[in-house]
Design a protein around this ligand. Structure first.
Ligand code: NAI
Length: 348
């Protein structure tokens, strides 16, 4: 009998790509449009695997509920895992993810937000459609020769840095684990965050959300930035204190913000609120600024990335069910040095 997977927060495009990756019918995938949470977890009854996305609730009570239903594996179809309580999962539930699908997709989206904001493409689009062909208010600046700052030089941050180097920008980068050989190869320089904040016209965030990085962009760090800085965030919403960002936009300190993520996005992103309106005053205020461009967590959303996500997720599940070690497994102990994987074993 085919292995049953309960796939939550399913959209039509998820079904398209997962059905394609599952053409052999190896898995019985049950698609649920609702998000995983305390009220919906019972839908996983009878499934061996739960497939979840960025805004599904994988807190301790939900994991306990899934475990009680006999679910042994949470297969994340995303890279980030800040929505999973790994400590609660440890010992009762395995967790796998898709660490990389298309870092190019996210990096290219970050750059497209920057280009659109700087050259006001979003305003020009509306203007010319109304027959207004004036240029007032559309002035941008050459990126060539300006300084950009990249926070986090993992897979996505590196590609973003390399693209911006290609524009002829001078790029400062920051990461607790610098790769100086890579930086030298591309003519980049590692710098402390304070220097990066104070020197660059464009700042793009590409680090994971953690207790340390939460609200790294706040009133204090914004005060250190150059006047008129363009801030791009395709990382995670809570890297930025949205209220401080609003103050920065109101004062003109922040010249533009390109946001693919928002700290309270789980209530809104991927859904249509065009008829009911937005109750979140912070998000609503952000959307009023002409120099803020919000996209709803779509940086990953390319053909290549969706194919890779579906393929890797099903490979992860297949490997797990075969009893083999899954290279893409993550656990509470993975980063602490105590995980059995360090010596070639499994997480637990
Ligand atoms: P990665 O794991 O390859 O790289 C992350 C880098 O950030 C690492 O080099 C790490 O040392 C560094 N880092 C950690 N804490 C830091 C800090 N406080 N300051 C500076 N650097 C720090 O991750 P990858 O694949 O590059 O993804 C980065 C983030 O992008 C993910 O954690 C995820 O939150 C986000 N993402 C967003 C997507 C979207 O559609 N908007 C899609 C995929 C990922």
């Amino acid at each position: 009998m085919a292995v049953s997977i309960a796939l939550f927060d399913s959209k039509p495009y998820d079904k398209d790509f997962f059905d394609l990756a599952n053409a052999s019918g190896e898995f019985d995938i049950r698609y649920y449009p609702v998000r995983l949470g305390p009220d919906t977890l019972s839908l996983a009854r009878g499934a061996q695997v739960v497939c979840a996305f960025v805004n599904d609730d994988l807190s301790a009570p939900v994991l306990e509920g899934l475990s009680a239903l006999g679910v042994g594996l949470v297969a994340l179809r995303c890279a980030g895992f800040n929505n999973v309580d790994l400590q609660s999962a440890y010992g009762k539930m395995h967790v796998v993810r898709v660490p990389a699908y298309s870092p190019h997709a996210v990096a290219e989206h970050a750059v497209s937000l920057l280009l659109a904001l700087n050259r006001k493409a979003h305003k020009a689009f509306n203007r010319t459609r109304e027959g207004n062909f004036t240029l007032n208010g559309l002035l941008g600046f050459d990126l060539h020769g300006k300084k950009a700052g990249i926070v986090g030089t993992g897979r996505i941050g590196r590609i973003t840095a390399e693209i911006l180097r290609g524009f002829g920008m001078e790029v400062l980068v920051s990461d607790p684990f610098p790769d100086t050989a890579w930086a030298e190869k591309f003519g980049l320089r590692y710098a402390e965050l304070d220097e990066l904040y104070s020197q660059t016209r464009v700042i793009s965030l590409h680090c994971p959300l953690s207790p340390e990085s939460r609200h790294m962009v706040n009133a204090q760090s914004i005060a250190k930035m150059k006047d008129g800085v363009i801030l791009i965030n395709t990382g995670r919403g809570a890297l930025v204190d949205s209220r401080a960002l609003i103050e920065g936009l109101k004062s003109g300190k922040i010249g533009g913000a390109g946001l693919d993520v928002y700290e309270e996005e789980d209530k809104y992103f991927f859904e249509d609120f065009s008829h009911s309106g937005i109750a979140d005053d912070v998000l609503a205020r952000l959307l009023t600024f002409p120099n803020v461009l919000v996209t709803a967590h779509q940086a990953f959303f390319t053909q290549e990335a969706m194919e890779a996500i579906a393929k890797t997720t099903l490979e992860n599940i297949g490997l797990f069910l075969s009893g083999a070690q899954v290279p893409n497994e993550i656990c509470y102990q993975c980063s602490s040095g105590d995980c059995a994987r360090k010596s070639g074993g499994k997480c637990f």
